[in-house]
Ligand binder design. Structure first.
Ligand SMILES: [Zn+2]
Length: 291
């Protein structure tokens, strides 16, 4: 049975051309992420589009760690962070200052392109080195920026369509594989034009209906759907590590002012509390290693 669109991601290939892609729908995952903070609606849309994009990119990478997109803006939007790990666990957070209109474009929100930047980080999560790519904020949408990034850094011609509205974020990624023939070029042009011409296709009930609607008569093979979901990797242990980095003097000054330490996870809003004894114990010398 084909699962209806409900937090799923389906990868597909065109059997007769070197074109591949994936389609994603984020439903409860998107709504749960939005539920963590009171975001204005123009920002909710941008977060949804970015979640769908990062989920599609993370799935297309042959990589077992996390993909993190960080947008440092110089306009109303100060920071947007969206993270997706290899199991398609997603989380997001944003910081903004001032009003955001419902139809605000990314370029309106991020402000001066010379002062803002988008950083993509691949974190292997095994202590190995991070890979970071910086994308110039030249483009009015997340889709345009990431298409440009994929063409430059991955050498893969890509098209990305993103939609977020009414508690649902969805996206479609099309990629033209290297070694393309004339047949592939024709298929690539036709496939991209079909998606451009049919924005309503994103209202389809499931991935197969959407692909059948967009590419009727083409031999499209869809793979088993994966299930993206909301998940936060925060933990008391990580907060303890951050407090140790902050240093004993700073922690003592917070204790003097507030009596205890309270840290809220900026992604999921979970609160971690440390009473004075627990906070001071973080700076005790570690027990000697047993030989
Ligand atoms: Zn969290």
């Amino acid at each position: 049975m084909i699962p209806p669109f409900n937090d799923n991601l389906t990868r597909f290939v065109m059997e007769r051309a070197a074109v591949r892609g994936a389609v994603v729908s984020l439903d409860a995952a998107y709504r749960e992420i939005l539920g963590c903070h009171a975001y204005p609606s123009g920002l909710r849309r941008l977060i949804g589009e970015t979640l769908a994009a990062v989920c599609l990119l993370a799935n297309s990478l042959k990589f077992q760690g996390s993909l993190i997109l960080q947008l440092h803006g110089a306009g109303t939007l100060r920071l947007l962070v969206v993270e997706c790990d290899a199991s398609l666990s997603l989380r997001a957070t944003a910081q903004w200052e001032g009003p955001i209109t419902d139809d605000a474009l990314l370029s309106d929100l991020a402000g001066d392109v010379r002062a803002s930047r988008l950083v993509l980080t691949l974190d292997p999560k095994d202590g190995g080195p991070l890979y970071q790519g910086v994308v110039a904020l030249e483009g009015t949408s997340i889709a345009a920026l990431l298409e440009h990034y994929l063409a430059k850094s991955e050498q893969i011609e890509s098209r990305l369509w993103l939609r977020a509205a009414d508690g649902r974020a969805c996206g479609l990624l099309l990629q033209r594989m290297p070694g393309a023939t004339d047949v592939d070029a024709a298929m690539w042009g036709r496939a991209a034009a079909a998606v451009d011409a049919a924005p309503a296709a994103f209202g389809a009930a499931d991935a197969h209906a959407l692909l059948g609607f967009l590419f009727p008569g083409d031999d499209v093979r869809a793979f088993r759907a994966r299930s993206p979901r909301f998940g936060c990797s925060c933990s008391r242990q990580r907060v303890a590590g951050a407090l140790r980095l902050l240093g004993s003097a700073e922690v003592e000054s917070i204790l003097a002012e507030r009596g205890r330490i309270g840290v809220d996870c900026e992604f999921c809003n979970r609160r971690y509390e440390f009473d004075p004894a627990e906070a001071r114990a973080l700076f005790d010398a570690p027990p000697a290693a047993v030989h």
